[in-house]
Design a protein around this ligand. Structure first.
Ligand code: TTP
Ligand code: MG
Length: 399
């Protein structure tokens, strides 16, 4: 007799904002990542709110007190930057460099509001959004587009939408990974759109100073320069032996990043941390075939939700509650992320078989965690191919 399911409860953990449905979880191709960074953010908000400042050198910062102020510049409009004014510069110095500037004290609430509005505009169907600071965000649009060109068109559309709704310009980088998208968004500011097509990441980074790689600070930069390594291309082409002597265990990831490779996933704030489903039988079940049948049906449910959201999972959990209410969970991590029902079902079944308490079962559940955007799986395979057995993979360095 097949069990009657009198309870079917989704037990998704994590934040609740609904993930947009995307029926076409892409696989077998690379990712499409956007990095957006608002231009001269605080100054642009001030200019938007007071159009008489448009086209002028505007400095947001502490009161300069006729050059005697002791605070620092928070940011400056691009007109003021032409005179050398920069964030974090003492106001006394900015006063000397740009005596005709208009000074505005910061209004942090207003910037927070504008930031929230822009982030809301980025929450588009099928995209994962990771706000990275008050004025920048990564978007993984792999699950939303059919081609890289479509991702570029989406970037253009977002720029227009942000300007129309908020009166702010944003510079965008489009690439196959976060690192290159971030460097690209900074390449043509303000109001830029820089596209690095898949396969040209290394060539794009090669002439740039190695300081462009997030995580390379002044000390590392100096140590690399002392060994004659100034550009990303030089670091990418250096031997691991040489790099190890300079940066130790960071050698392999650094070489990898300098060559334009990066596997960091876009971690959406409102990305589901897990997806699950569980069943309480209306009477305790002793028949193992029936229990496995329930596991099959739960695996089917969670896998279809997973692919419906354009995601893949790395870890499968099974929850088991026995007739006397003893409850435990067991988990297994897959070799790579998957949205394949057969693989997930097989792991869930095996988890039960390996941990079967041998008594009647009251409840069974299947849950998926370590969820990533669809393009990640391709990347995992590719990483294994590139690095092979020769170079043990380090935990990916994130920025
Ligand atoms: P950034 O994006 O670094 O700078 P920006 O937006 O002003 O200019 P850009 O066009 O180069 O992107 O920082 C975003 C905001 O964060 C900036 O407008 C003000 C604030 N900020 C500080 O408060 N202190 C700082 O040192 C920096 C760099 C930024
Ligand atoms: Mg900015």
């Amino acid at each position: 007799m097949s069990p009657t399911l009198n309870e079917r409860e989704a037990f998704s953990k994590g934040n609740v904002a609904p993930m947009p449905a995307s029926a076409d979880a892409p696989s077998g191709r690379g990712r499409a990542i956007l990095h957006l960074d608002l231009d001269a953010f605080y100054a642009s908000v001030e200019i938007r709110d007071d159009p008489s400042l448009a086209g002028k050198a505007v400095i947001v910062g502490a009161d300069p007190q006729a050059g005697k102020g002791r605070g620092v510049v928070v940011t400056a409009s691009y007109e003021a930057r032409k005179f050398g004014v920069r964030s974090a510069m003492p106001v006394s110095q900015a006063w000397r460099l740009c005596p005709h500037a208009t000074w505005v004290p910061p209004r942090h609430e207003r910037y927070g509001e504008a930031s929230r509005h822009v982030m809301e505009l980025l929450a588009i169907d099928g995209a994962l959004v990771e706000p990275a600071s008050i004025d920048e965000a990564f978007l993984d649009v792999t699950g939303r587009v059919q081609s890289f060109d479509e991702a570029v068109a989406l970037a253009q559309a977002l720029k227009k939408r942000i300007f129309a709704a908020e009166g702010l310009t944003v510079s965008v980088g489009v690439a196959a990974n976060k690192l290159v998208a971030k460097v690209a968004s900074d390449a043509r500011k303000p109001d830029g759109l820089t596209v690095v097509r898949p396969g040209s990441e290394g060539a794009f980074l090669a002439p740039l100073p190695v300081r462009k790689i997030p995580g390379v600070g002044p000390k590392t930069d100096e140590a690399l320069a002392a060994a004659g390594l100034h550009t990303c291309g030089e670091v990418a082409g250096a031997s691991l032996e040489l790099l190890r002597s300079i940066v130790g265990s960071w050698a392999a990831p650094l070489k990898f990043h300098a060559g334009g490779f990066d596997d960091a996933p876009v971690l959406a704030d409102w990305e589901r941390k897990s997806l699950g489903s569980e069943t309480t039988f209306d009477h305790d079940i002793d028949d193992r075939a029936e229990i496995l049948g329930a596991i099959d049906s739960l695996s089917k449910d969670v896998t279809s939700s997973l692919s419906g959201e354009g995601l893949m999972a790395r870890t499968v959990h099974v929850k088991i509650r026995t007739e006397n209410f003893t409850t435990f969970t067991r988990a297994r991590t897959l070799p790579g992320p998957s949205a394949d029902e057969g693989s997930i079902r097989a792991v869930a079944r095996q988890l039960f078989v390996d941990n079967d308490p041998g008594v009647p079962i009251r409840l069974i559940g299947v849950r998926l965690t370590n969820l990533v955007g669809g393009g990640q799986a391709t990347l995992e395979r590719w990483k294994a191919d590139i690095l092979g057995e020769a170079e043990p993979w380090q935990p990916p360095w994130r920025f």
